[in-house]
Design a protein around this ligand. Structure first.
Ligand code: A3P
Length: 324
């Protein structure tokens, strides 16, 4: 049975071309059973059965909803790299039906168990026929078990990843956690081990290990279904440059021209320039003043990321980032 289930998972970059079929539905069910059997010794049989049925229900419903409204593309991350800016701009595109909030469908087990029907209902109705449906939840990127669920939903899905200098991303993540007081502590406490070296298992670092996560996505999705956005370019340059590349990737019309953006001196970032010349800038939670970080910690981070960054560039076949 194990070889049977393994056979139906993509073992390399070439995805299964077949549509989701009854065989894949059966495979979902058996695969879950195998995983749970290995990891859940001692769990009550009832819980196992409930999970099995919920999973089966979700797999089965995918066939019902794939044509009706499941997303065609996902912005899966990376948090603090400009995913909010991307959404705030892309939602103006007439050919896109971009969800307003973060649905967190795959990373919240309760949402996932509610099934595809619930997921589809979270999107606003399409305002135009043929609009492509897009959602962004940055946690999809670095939670490892989610990639398989995403692939199962739609093997033809287009995946968008925004990356930023991993040192800046890590510091920005720390600032956000400090401001929102998720958990206190200095950046040194979060990043360094007792010898003062970078602790590779630090939670703060996890999303910045781009190569590790992109490699996993490339195991499920072919390279041409994955688009990398340069988050630093989104900040420094007119956003239309990166947005034009996304339009090409998603095969939609060219809407974002340079004149659609204006640099706001007050905000210190580009804002969307609506037709009536009113500017739409991001809120106060984007573009915060960063918490100061000791230069020694910054250089330790730079050194730590060097190897990971090189691996990332090799994977995506590009070095056009100014943090290489
Ligand atoms: P900082 O707050 O550290 O400056 P995310 O939306 O993924 O959480 O990313 C937040 C980051 O988006 C911000 O990080 C900011 O630098 C960046 N960003 C990119 N374009 C922006 C824009 N037009 N307005 C505000 N922030 C922008």
């Amino acid at each position: 049975m194990f070889s049977f289930t393994y056979f139906y998972f993509p073992a390399n970059n070439s995805p299964q071309k077949t549509e989701f079929s009854i065989i894949q539905t059966i495979h979902c069910v058996f695969d879950l059973r195998l995983m749970r059997c290995r990891n859940s010794q001692g769990l009550p049989l009832l819980l196992f059965t409930c999970l099995l049925f919920s999973y089966y229900y979700t797999c089965w419903h995918r066939t019902q909803y794939i044509n009706e409204g499941l997303p065609d593309a996902l912005v899966v991350g990376v948090k603090k790299s400009g995913t909010g800016a991307l959404r705030s701009f892309l939602k103006f595109h007439p050919d896109m039906n971009f969800n307003t909030g973060e649905i967190k469908f795959f990373n919240h087990p309760w949402n996932y168990l509610r099934g595809y029907r619930w997921y589809v209902n979270q999107f606003e109705p399409r305002t135009k026929r043929g609009q492509i449906r897009v959602e962004k939840t940055p946690e999809y990127f670095h939670f490892e078990s989610l990639t398989r669920l995403i692939w199962l939903m739609n093997p033809k899905l287009k995946v968008i990843v925004v990356v930023r200098d991993p040192v800046k991303r890590t510091i920005s993540d720390h600032t956000q956690e400090t401001v929102s007081r998720k958990y206190g502590g200095t950046i040194e406490q979060k990043l360094l081990d007792r010898f003062g070296n970078i602790d590779p298992t630090s939670e703060l670092l996890a999303p910045s290990l781009y190569a590790k996560h992109v490699k996993r996505f490339l195991h499920f999705f072919p390279r041409d279904q994955l688009h990398i956005v340069d988050g630093d370019s989104l900040i420094k340059n007119n956003p239309s440059i990166e947005l034009r590349k996304i339009e090409q990737f998603l095969n939609v019309s060219n809407y974002f021209t340079t004149d659609k953006f204006v640099f706001s001196q007050e905000k210190g970032f580009y804002c969307f320039n609506a037709t009536n010349n009113s500017q739409t800038c991001l809120g106060q939670t984007k573009g915060r003043k960063q918490t100061p970080v000791d230069d020694r910690v910054v250089s330790k981070l730079k050194h730590f990321f060097k190897r990971h960054n090189q691996e990332f560039f090799d994977l995506i076949g590009s070095e056009s980032f100014d943090w290489r």
